[in-house]
Design a protein around this ligand. Structure first.
Ligand code: ADP
Ligand code: MG
Length: 614
């Protein structure tokens, strides 16, 4: 208990002057609540006029305080007097401006020597801004707590001695350890850094201690169960207000699955790259804006350039006539998100054009956008040449075979012509005329056969025109009739009325029928019949050819048209390939059905008007 003697108190006027200059709250109150003295600070805050306070209680004065505030004030006064000791209270004053002022007050009761209550000394300060800071801090702390709790990142807070100050729930989950496990007394002090990375970890802490920042980086950590996993880790300092380092915050994110995907991606990319690098196909990757991102090394080999000589300029090598078609395919593939196939030519370094058969495939992102276009091209220059050669050689071999038949065919009329020429000299006029008639018909026959031969043999410009299929069939039958008759085979032709003209290349169609009819004849080793029927279906002309030959095994039917398959001693195995090729070029269709040892049926459909074959 503090005791002040009456005469120790300074004169009131002096006291007032003294306390007025203090930037703090000072007020002296008598035990009955009436005011003895107050400084300007206190009067201002309470909103009391100077000279209107002495000897008055708060209730009797004009103040800013609410009734409730006055009550609280009196209550704490009372508490101070009762305890006889200084007490601390806080007062909240609503200013007229709407501002709230917080006062922190100490109420100290003083007593006379004989222990009678004398005066309550109330001092204090304005702690409004202080309070605000405190509130802000507590909000920040709450926020921090919720961040620590809410995040799926593991957060570890260390002090400068690298002792664990705090870990969050995610940390406990990710590492399998608990906060208690990190207590120093704990025997099994958790190790979360793999042995081989502890050096790295120490270096990082050293950097942090020097106040340097450490960029986010990927590393590995150990789970309590011993498994090592991939994390991305961020390290930062915690500093106090003066910038002194207080500790470190480490945030870990589990990136195992991400890494796995990355690794798988890298492996598969490496695999595909390997394939691309060693493929003889020309592989390019083009982005949707048309910029070439990848060109496989096979380009250099195929086009005769050295590495680095082409790259982006590969489009400059495209044949000018093919450019439009190619870019059209490219654009359509981008828009429709569909693969395309086409042929185009690229310039070889030596000036030759290389014919490429190419296939482009759009590569899509997960969202369904076209990310790039991958094209695979193959040099088909040689294949094309071979194909042409084969067509030619098949033609030659057919010609050769035909020649034998034709020679035979021509020899008969020639023999008779020779006989008749001899006879003519001795014959009378009537008989002579008869001889001449026979001779003329024999000559016509020779003329016809030679004409057919010329038609097949003569290289003709490939020109599509409307062709009379009936006449064509008759001439082919005539050409092969001798061969058939020699084997005792009868050929029947049945043509429906009003057969439209077929749109095609006469020469090629003739070769098609020769090849098929020859096969039919050759399939029959005993006498029999071949039936040819011509009709229509929808807009197409349909031709059916039925023989009574050996037939074709079912498993062979599927692969007919493959070159060099033959069951004949002197066969070429090219006839059907040529047939298929011709049918394809005409935009028609061909179908075989067969029963072994009974015969084969071929059905051909040919269009009557131009169709686009591409
Ligand atoms: P080639 O006649 O030179 O053997 P093709 O390509 O014309 O070559 O025919 C290939 C093979 O298909 C023949 O060897 C034969 O085995 C079979 N083939 C084709 N047409 C018939 C048919 N009408 N009847 C039976 N087999 C046939
Ligand atoms: Mg044949």
């Amino acid at each position: 208990m503090k005791v002040i003697s009456q005469d120790e108190l300074p004169a009131v006027a002096t006291l007032k002057e003294m306390i007025d200059v203090l930037p703090e709250f000072v007020c002296l109150r008598y035990p009955d609540g009436t005011w003895a003295e107050a400084n300007r600070f206190a009067l201002n805050i309470y909103g009391i006029y100077e000279n209107d306070y002495k000897g008055k209680s708060l209730e009797e004065m004009q103040t800013r305080l609410s009734e409730e505030a006055i009550e609280r004030c009196n209550l704490s006064d009372k508490r101070a007097w009762e305890s006889g000791k200084p007490i601390k209270t806080a007062e909240k004053i609503h200013m007229k401006s709407g501002r709230v002022v917080m006062l922190e007050l100490i109420k100290q009761p003083t007593f006379t020597k004989d222990g009678k209550p004398q005066v309550l000394v109330i001092t204090g300060r304005d702690i409004t801004s202080h309070k605000q800071k405190e509130e802000e801090l507590s909000v920040a702390l709450d926020l921090l707590e919720s961040v620590l709790k809410g995040t799926t990142d593991a957060i570890l807070i260390l002090n400068t001695r690298q002792e664990v100050i705090k870990v969050n729930d995610a940390f406990i989950q990710m590492f399998g350890w608990a906060e208690e496990d990190f207590d120093e007394e704990n025997e099994e002090y958790p190790v979360i850094t793999p042995l081989h990375l502890q050096g790295e970890s120490k270096e990082i802490i050293d950097l942090l201690k020097k106040g340097q920042s450490v960029p986010l980086h990927e590393t590995q950590r150990i789970h309590k169960d011993g498994t090592v996993f991939d994390v991305s880790a961020s390290f930062s300092n915690i500093c106090d207000m003066d910038g002194k380092i207080m500790g470190f915050v480490i945030v870990y994110r589990d990136i195992t699955s991400q890494k796995k995907v990355e690794r798988a991606l890298r492996e598969s990319e490496a695999k595909y790259r390997l394939i691309a690098e060693h493929s003889t196909d020309l592989i390019t990757v083009i982005d949707p804006s048309g910029i070439i991102q990848y060109v496989s090394p096979s380009h250099f080999m195929v086009l005769g350039y050295k590495e680095g000589e082409i790259k982006g300029a590969i489009l400059d090598l495209v044949h000018p006539d093919d450019m439009e078609d190619l870019s059209e395919h490219f654009m359509r593939s981008l828009v429709k998100k569909e693969p395309f196939e086409t042929e185009f030519r690229l310039l070889h370094k030596n000036g030759d054009w290389i014919l490429l058969e190419t296939r482009g495939v759009p590569v899509m992102t997960k969202e369904g956008h076209v990310e790039s276009l991958v094209t695979f091209a193959r040099d088909v220059t040689k294949a094309k040449q071979t194909e042409e050669l084969m067509l030619k050689s098949e033609k030659l071999s057919v010609l050769g075979e035909l020649a034998a038949g034709v020679a035979h065919e021509i020899r008969n009329p020639l023999t008779s012509l020779k006989g008749f020429t001899k006879l003519l000299t001795d014959a009378d006029d009537v008989i002579r005329l008869e001889y001449l008639r026979i001779m003329e018909s024999e000559l016509n026959r020779i003329n016809d056969i030679v004409g057919e031969l010329m038609l097949v043999a003569k290289p003709q410009a490939v020109s599509f025109e409307h062709t009379n299929i009936q006449e064509l069939i008759y001439s082919v039958v005539r050409l092969l009739e001798t061969q058939a008759i020699m084997r005792n085979i009868q050929i029947w032709v049945n043509i429906a009325p009003n057969i439209p003209l077929v749109y095609g290349v006469e020469n090629q169609l003739k070769q098609l029928f020769i090849n098929l009819l020859k096969n039919a004849i050759e399939s029959m080793d005993k006498d029999g019949e071949i039936h040819i029927r011509i009709g229509t279906r929808d807009d197409a002309v349909v031709l059916e050819l039925k023989d009574q030959g050996c037939g074709i095994p079912a498993e062979r039917l599927k692969t007919l048209g493959e070159p060099f398959y033959t069951t004949k001693e002197k066969g070429t195995g090219l006839g059907l390939m040529v047939c298929f090729k011709i049918i394809e070029e005409h935009g028609g269709a061909i179908q075989f059905s067969s029963v072994e040892n009974e015969g084969t049926r071929v059905e051909i459909e040919l269009p009557t008007a131009p169709v686009s074959t591409k």
